[in-house]
Ligand binder design. Structure first.
Ligand SMILES: [Zn+2]
Length: 113
């Protein structure tokens, strides 16, 4: 499952951070997940329970913040939110291929002690 390896990567970052802070427990992990990342929040929660087992993040809360897709129009030099119909600039109707936000899966914040 795709989500397990993504969650493993996020957990490694979280554990490294906790080690640097000399923390013995991770209480909360917040992830930023783009709408285009192809990640299912439910699968991510399941993966979280699996990969945190036996680690200091075992009882941590997972919070998932979803990030809407944002495109950039080269002609208007503006950012816009695409619709369900596609990545078309609402001002000049040019099809945009440049997605500036929406694909990320990254650690947003951590609570350790
Ligand atoms: Zn435009």
């Amino acid at each position: 499952m795709h989500e397990v390896s993504l969650m493993e990567n996020a957990l490694v970052i979280a554990l490294n951070y906790a080690a640097r802070e000399r923390a013995s427990r991770i209480h909360q992990i917040a992830l930023r997940v783009g709408d285009l990342s192809g990640v299912e929040p439910d699968a991510l929660r399941f993966a979280f329970d699996v990969v945190t087992q036996g680690t200091i993040a075992e009882d941590a809360q997972l919070s998932i913040q979803s990030c809407p897709t944002v495109c950039y129009c080269n002609f208007c030099q503006t950012h816009f939110r695409p619709t369900e119909l596609g990545y078309e600039c609402p001002t000049c109707q040019t099809w945009s291929m440049s997605i500036v936000q929406g694909k990320e899966l990254e650690l947003a914040s951590l609570e350790v002690s």
